[in-house]
Design a protein around this ligand. Structure first.
Ligand code: FAD
Length: 394
């Protein structure tokens, strides 16, 4: 290792090139604010990492407002209904006609990241890939700094007026941050699969089954994401293809509602359901956005959407401070974002309880409550409107 010399001082130093960091960087560059993004992974890695897919209308509007929606306007697909399959039967909720009559746009996260990287570079942003942020300092002074290390082992200190921690739930910013937080450990794990095959139906399907949850999420005409609740200690590689397809078929009741369209499983991993809310999400000149500010389980597809909206709030506040000398919005950043984050968590928590077999000493009673909730959702327009508004909105 040797220490390099980097005299570069950015107006905003952004840790992480996920949706939060890239949306922030793009808006700042568009406003003429100089930024640098440090990203641990390679450009190819971040442009291929498949994760989210469902974008809320507010996220789509933000991307449109700042000229970041070229790809999703041409290749994104509208999605407006989901289906629940339970022991009592199936029902579909066409949420595009319920609540605020809003729909999702399905656009794979890796495609969005690819678009955002290209646009960030076009706007003159500096993206340093394969560069890991190691340490943060002087967060309460005028010139905070970040020490980073390249793959070759060169360590560089970099100064900035402000630092944005957009480096995810396990990044440096979150680790550095000593803020009060509330957490929920669900003791629920999903085997997350990507399959090269079209979905059986063009809707999201939630299988609520006594063996565990199963879900089908369309990602495009030829790719489908499946989730299977599994043992937290499972090794994803120990699930044979046959066991995976049998479990999906059982829990999604494929015998009754149509066989699954099997295809090669090209990605598998474990997702442990865990939620954490921080308050505040700013300390001195460090501001968190996206998963760094709040890790949320993917049960209601809110993470990428919170990342985009948080990045927009932070960008506006930074522009007001750096261009107008007005730090009011920066001081209010947590107060603006945390209520939105809490609302998303509340619905996500509700969805988790709706979808998974209850455990613990009261599991029989909880199962009755779950059935009552599902029944209300199937039959009550008021419940359906509530669901639609929260499912699509953020
Ligand atoms: C299987 C799965 C499915 C999901 N489905 C959905 C969905 O349908 N809808 C939805 O809204 N959300 C979904 N999510 C959640 C969503 O993907 C995340 O919430 C989103 O990626 C958060 O964006 P971010 O920019 O905050 O963080 P990230 O995308 O995690 O980006 C953080 C970046 O920081 C980098 N980094 C980390 N540490 C450092 C360091 N020390 N130095 C430099 N760089 C660093 C990482 O390499 C990474 O590129 C899903 C998540 C998973 C895992």
């Amino acid at each position: 290792m040797h220490v390099g010399r980097d005299d570069r001082i950015a107006e905003v130093l952004i840790l992480g090139a996920g949706p939060a960091g890239l949306v922030l960087g793009n808006i700042l560059q568009g406003a003429g604010i100089d930024s640098v993004i440090l990203e641990r992974g390679s450009r190819a890695h971040i442009e291929q990492r498949a994760r989210a897919g469902f974008l809320a209308p507010e996220s789509v509007a933000v991307l449109g407002e700042y000229g970041l929606d070229g790809g999703l306007r041409t290749r994104g697909r509208t999605h407006d209904s989901c289906e629940f399959r339970t022991a009592a039967g199936r029902f579909e909720l066409s949420y595009g006609g319920l609540g605020r009559r809003e729909v999702h746009t399905v656009y794979p996260q890796q495609d969005l990241v690819t678009d955002l990287v290209a646009e960030y570079l076009r706007r003159g942003g500096e993206l340093r890939c394969e560069t890991t942020a190691l340490r943060l300092g002087d967060l309460h002074g005028d010139r905070p700094w970040v020490l980073s290390r390249t793959l070759e082992g060169v360590e560089n200190p970099l100064g900035a007026s402000y630092v944005a921690g957009c480096d995810g739930a396990r990044g440096l910013a979150r680790k550095t941050f000593a803020a009060p937080s509330s957490t929920c450990e669900y003791d629920i794990t999903w085997l997350a699969l990507l399959v090269q095959a079209p979905p059986t139906t063009d809707t999201v399907v939630y299988g609520v089954h006594r063996d565990g949850f199963a879900g089908q999420m369309p990602r495009g005409p030829e790719v489908t994401r499946y989730y299977l609740q599994c043992d937290p200690h499972d090794d994803p590689l120990h699930w044979s293809e046959q066991r995976i397809w049998n479990s999906l078929a059982t829990r999604l009741d494929a015998g009754r509602y149509g066989s699954l369209r099997a295809g090669p499983i090209f990605e598998r991993g474990l997702v442990r359901l865990r939620s954490e809310i921080l308050d505040p999400i700013q300390q001195g000149r460090l501001f968190l956005a996206g998963d760094a500010a709040s890790s949320i389980s993917p049960s209601a597809a809110k993470g990428a959407n919170l990342a985009i909206l948080g990045a927009r709030s932070l960008a506006r506040a930074l522009i007001a401070a750096l261009r107008g000398g007005d730090t009011t919005a920066l001081q209010r950043y947590s107060a603006e974002c945390v209520p939105r984050i809490r609302r998303a968590h509340e619905f996500s928590h509700w969805m988790i309880n709706l979808l998974h077999p209850p455990a613990g000493p009261n599991h029989a009673f909880e199962r009755d409550m779950q059935q009552a909730r599902l029944h209300s959702l199937a039959t009550s327009r008021t419940h359906q409107d509530f669901f639609a508004e929260n499912y699509v909105g953020i």
